[in-house]
Design a protein around this ligand. Sequence first.
Ligand code: ADP
Ligand code: G6P
Length: 522
Amino acid sequence: MKRLVVVSNRVADPGCLASGGLAVCILDGLKERGGVWFGWNGEIVASEAEIGVSCRRDGKVTFVTMPISERDYKEHYLGFCNAALWPVHHYRLDLARFTPESCEAYRRVNSRFAEALAPQLNPDDLIWVHDYHLIPFAAELRAHGVRNRIGFFLHIPFPPPDVLVAVPEHEWLMEAMCAYDVVGFQTRTDQANFCRFLCEAMGGEMVTPEVVRVSGRVLTASVFPAGVCVDSFSAMATRPEAEKRIQWLHRRGEPRTNIIGVDRLDYTKGLPDRFRSFKRLLELYPENRKAVTLMQIAPPTREEVKAYADIRHELEALSGEINGQFGDFDWTPVRYVHRSVPRDTLAALYRGSQIGLVTPLRDGMNLVAKEYVAAQDETDPGVLVLSRFAGAAEDLEEALIVNPYDTDEVAQAMQHAILMPKQEKIERHTALLARVREHDARNWMEGFLQALDAPPAPLASLLSTPSATFDALQPWGVPAPTAQLSAAPNGRATASRGFRSAAMPQAHSIRAAEIISTAPRA
Ligand code: ADP
Ligand code: G6P
């Protein structure tokens, strides 16, 4: 088996409380298969001179990590990653902030990380890069002469082209993304948005529904829904300590129904709307007063970004308002916990809650939805209320699917869940659990690595010859391109509609083009 080298900005520390789907699903998959995990160690140092690489082994995983400088933390992590790319990818252009310095820092950090990793790679390592912090990482590795196959998985949504073009450097970014051999997405919608951009704005052509020829290269763009480790989660939820916590939950809380929400305190998670929906539940169905509690666990995240500080204030005000209006000396309607909790405690809380409320306004996948399903008692399960805008909704059809912006609809779904007969709960949960098992952490990792390591035979030769023409594929029965393209005078297909703008930083476009066109191929 080839050595796997995973690269991500956030690297989980197995000894600490992780909050964030990326760290959770990589750790679940990597612990089993083993390999190297390279990325940021979460430390911030005063100057670049203090940056050094450190190495540590835990079970089958070797962690190779490095700090970033204070300047890069501000301009790269808080700046380009979380004040520009994150809001754009979650369709929140109103919150996006772009500066040339932050984009420059993004390029700088990617380049420095690649420089640190390149000498440690073996020629047959499989390299798997994760998430929006590292889009140009493959292009940077190629510039260091790395010939390995390199894959990329985007944990967050990929927006429609009209939204993406708000990023001033979108052309450079998308060119850089084409330096990967395999690009993976959470949902079909994300994959379709990506392919649309390549075809409409970059003159790409679909060779098959998952293979695109673009910018002189051929890459695979497929869907690999991220998942959780079902057995380990349900084992945590059924330990004797978990049982004690569940009993405590029911003894302490007078209410018959506990509704649970677990999310980083991120504006994409729809927490204010969720609280307002809970308030509507108490208004529309007053019989639930003193009978239902909403427990929201929302650890802090990226607090130095203004939009995150704003959401915290809004949420604190809302929980105070609801508790003030409806609470009594023997009942607190909203229990709001603003910190991380151990995973086994989370598992127990999920199992002890009759409703899992997962209502993001936009989310790549949302692993909390899957964890909630995995933790339930199969003979007496709770009900999952799930936003249609979570990637998980593409798969988890048996949940009560809601529009999180419609507070009355969410309140009605909660009421539906409260009154749902046990038999219906069991039927829905059985179907959901089967889907969560089918797309678990192991299948996600194996599926991606298979696509990266062993492209389908008929395409293998095409993938290694970027200049191959479409005609060369006909003998293998590859269908005609699906995109609407017209032939240009030079014979290359061109897009019928373009998103190109002239406002691209010169230095970036030249650099990316050089890196990609001179990249040695595996
Ligand atoms: P995101 O990746 O956007 O944070 P996900 O729902 O996909 O959203 O993943 C969140 C992960 O972080 C889940 O595994 C969840 O259990 C974990 N998590 C969220 N909140 C907490 C918390 N308060 N304490 C511990 N883990 C948390
Ligand atoms: C999401 C992103 C991850 C990120 C995580 C936690 O899951 O997709 O890339 O690691 O949120 O955010 P943080 O900024 O703390 O790494």
